[in-house]
Design a protein around this ligand. Sequence first.
Ligand SMILES: [Zn+2]
Length: 475
Amino acid sequence: MPPTYADADLAHARALRERGLADPAALRLLRELCTGIGARPAGSPADAQAQAWARAALGQLGLEGVRAEEFALRVWQRGPAAARLLAQDMSRPLTIAALGNSVATAAGGIDAEVAWYPDLAALRADTTEPGRSRAHGRIVFIDQRTERTRDGRGYGAAVGARINGPVEAARRGALALAIRSIGTSGTSGIDGIGGSGATASATTGAAAAAPVAHTGATRYDLSVPRIPAFAVSVRDAELIAAQQAAGRPLRLQFTLEARSGVDARSANVIAEWRGTDLAHEVVLIGAHLDSWDVGQGAQDNGAGVAIVSAAAGVIAAAGRRARRTIRVVLFGNEENGFDGALDYGNRHKDEPHQLVAESDFGAGRLYAFTSRVASAALPLAAQVAQVLAPLGLAHPEGGRNAGSPGPDAALLMRRHRWPALALAQDGSRYFDVHHTADDTLERLDAGALPQNVAAWAAMAWLAAQAPVSFGPPAL
Ligand SMILES: [Zn+2]
């Protein structure tokens, strides 16, 4: 006999779903976090303020065991940066953002010719023989484009240019790295994907908005010099590409200030709805509290913080306990090092986890539910899918069972072999504002927040009430 939920448990999950759809807390929480605190890079005073806010908010939602688990970390801090493009008779300033972890330029900055590459693969195809690469003694420009997709595939395919660009450029003797922003800001994006009418009309505003550059973490390795690295706006990348196509020699002049390795403290903020006979087992629903230092961290990841917190609040307000403990974890420093996820794993590695799941893809509408559980638990996942189906969530994977639960949760799933469930959000517009000054409440479509809260509440409660363990997953 495959494991099944009792009818009363399924009925309670459906009731939580309906309560979630009517619950107003998520938008209130998001507004408090975005406009009351705003950008909250890990280890900053705003990060500490966000932790204090989160503790109070989670307590007010009726959750228990509210606490911050602190950890030490080293952070990167942005300073001023400016760049100018020089081509033939043209000289114009560019909209740029230093990549996270970038070293500063020496005093006076860098002024050099551009070696332009259409994408990271083209740079990798260039020789690494000393002095023979086009990159040698120049500023490498990688024109990697980010394709607009619903599930974030386009970002996944492009982000290597940001993460690995500095090492690949330095390996070929480059002085610095510049990239087209990894993001879809300033692109029309009406084609190809089925956005709602509401988001399509928002596009008109987006296209008219001022250009922005998308930051995000990059990395170095010890084998090559650490060179400064920055992203330029999509519009400026188009201009550079046009000049390049016209065969004009291009120069870039830029200065960039930054500090690396600054000692700081951050924390994961935790709150629980305690279980009954299996209270020592944990259903983790998470998001990350930190953001980049630009914008308000509204979609990345204020939305996720608001969704999972409100969902836990809905569960607590309904009053019925599940067998296992439901634990909200608001991770610290997802953006630049995963210190929070690593610290959580170290502290809690001996506690059995029934589930890890994270909301970290903005405020878009959910369209699918997927799992990464032991095959014996698949009949239960199918029952969860039935409860979620009226919200418009497909359960498309059949027997694939290969869901990915969000960045911090995926790290924990892999390191600790904890099972996962994933709720897939429409990210068609997410990369218009991701890691930019435009990631504000104003630019966020809050219409799907209740649907998200409803699904998270029902899913978390059913995971906590399951008759059998969901793990270990097949990885
Ligand atoms: Zn995020």
